[in-house]
Design a protein around this ligand. Structure first.
Ligand code: PMP
Length: 389
């Protein structure tokens, strides 16, 4: 049987065993609805409140900050952008973001443009770092919100978030941070980063899918986008996914406790992987920032060949890898992140996104480094673009 090695954790993490164990009673034993006043309802409400506390602790947040549980990060991003824009419309109609955001940011912003808002997408440099001067220039007296990702899920670049936050605070513009890719990978302290809104995803913390959260700091007002029974402090109607929320809470607690050890483990594997490829094969380059990058991310581009072909060959050998964004790799469009970083279209097609997880070992990396070069060599032999003239 072919061994299976997952180097595509950005697309999905296995649920941590401890998380699953903690969730199971909430499917049968404690199935109450937190809105019910009876004993079972109170039990469920207590479990949800406990999960909120676990998230508050992970972020160093405050008990006065609201943690609104959603169906995932996409919904949390939609709630942050649309909910904030609608509630604060009278203050202005301009929102700033970057060119390299996830589609769950870029597409709600396209929707808002149709509703009369204006959006500026600030460019990034060749490493994927936001151009801070361009950010400053984009601010107008109509700007009501800045929405920036803490780290890029695709190329791993970590943004200079303190500097971005300082710019936002000087201009008195609230900051929304999409922290999906970075939570559990690098420390985040909400008061320090000065974000008014923050998006989190459960599965990126090794919790279940179908749960996420929007953190709303005290003093920030948003309007709900899902209307109904008024759950989640009136900000997200719908009976709570109690078992999922319990799972996300446990995952957050484990992520906080084990962050330093996990980060060390992943950084070691990531550097072994990068050093085993870059400089060992010609015409092979690292995408994203060389040092300010997520511990679990190596995005590598191989000139003259297609990422899809590499992915398929690696899959036959048991490796799960992805081409561009894990969430959009079904399209054959080149990655908007790589294009924005100035990578040309043909080269962008040759990029592999390798995302490591807690389950990976040095053996996995060594095996990958052994299997990869002959695949790249064979594909280049078949490529009409190779050797370069
Ligand atoms: N933001 C970022 C940075 C992401 O990487 C993703 C995808 N994992 C999302 C938002 C959306 O997450 P989901 O598809 O789980 O809703």
């Amino acid at each position: 049987m072919v061994k299976r090695v997952n180097l595509n954790h950005a697309a999905g993490n296995p649920v941590d065993k401890r998380v699953l164990k903690g969730m199971l009673p909430y499917f049968q034993e404690f199935y109450g609805n937190p809105s019910s006043v009876h004993f079972a309802g109170r039990q469920a409400a207590k479990a949800v409140a406990n999960a909120r506390m676990q998230i508050v602790k992970l972020l160093g947040a405050d008990l006065k900050d609201k943690i609104v549980f959603t169906s995932g990060a996409t919904e949390a991003n939609n709630l942050a952008l649309i909910g904030f824009a609608y509630r604060n419309r009278r203050k202005g109609n301009h929102i700033i973001t970057s060119e390299v955001e996830h589609l769950s940011i870029l597409n709600p912003l396209k929707f808002l443009v149709k509703q009369g808002f204006e959006v500026t997408r600030v460019p990034v440099d060749k490493h994927g770092v936001l151009k801070l001067e361009a950010l400053k220039e984009a601010i107008t007296d109509q700007t009501i919100l800045l929405s920036i990702q803490h780290a890029n899920n695709e190329v791993g670049t970590i943004q200079p978030i303190q500097e971005i936050s300082d710019i936002a605070q000087d201009a008195k513009i609230p900051l929304h941070l999409d922290a999906v890719a970075s939570t559990g990978q690098v420390p985040i302290n909400l008061p320090d980063v000065g974000a008014s809104l923050m998006t989190l995803s459960s599965n990126d913390l090794y919790g279940p899918r179908g749960v996420g959260a929007l953190v709303i700091r005290r003093g920030t007002s948003i309007q709900p986008i899902l209307l109904g029974g008024g759950q989640e402090m009136g900000l997200r109607s719908g009976s709570e996914n109690v078992s999922g929320i319990v799972g996300m809470g446990i995952a957050a607690e484990i992520a906080a406790d084990e962050l330093a050890a996990n980060s060390r483990h992943l950084t070691g594997l990531r550097d072994r992987l990068i050093n085993g490829i870059i400089g060992k094969m010609e015409h092979t380059y690292l995408n994203g920032h060389p040092t300010d990058r997520l511990p679990n991310n190596a995005n590598i581009r191989f000139s003259f060949i297609e990422g899809e072909a590499i992915t398929l060959h690696l899959s036959f050998q048991g490796f799960l890898v992805a081409t561009s964004s894990a969430c959009t790799s079904r399209t054959l469009e080149p990655s908007h992140v790589l294009l924005s970083m100035g990578v040309d279209e043909a080269e962008a097609h040759g990029a592999l996104q390798l995302t490591l997880g807690r389950d990976n070992t040095e053996n996995h990396i060594d095996w990958f480094i052994e299997v990869l070069p002959p695949i790249i060599g064979r594909l280049r032999e078949m490529s009409p673009l190779y050797p370069p003239s």
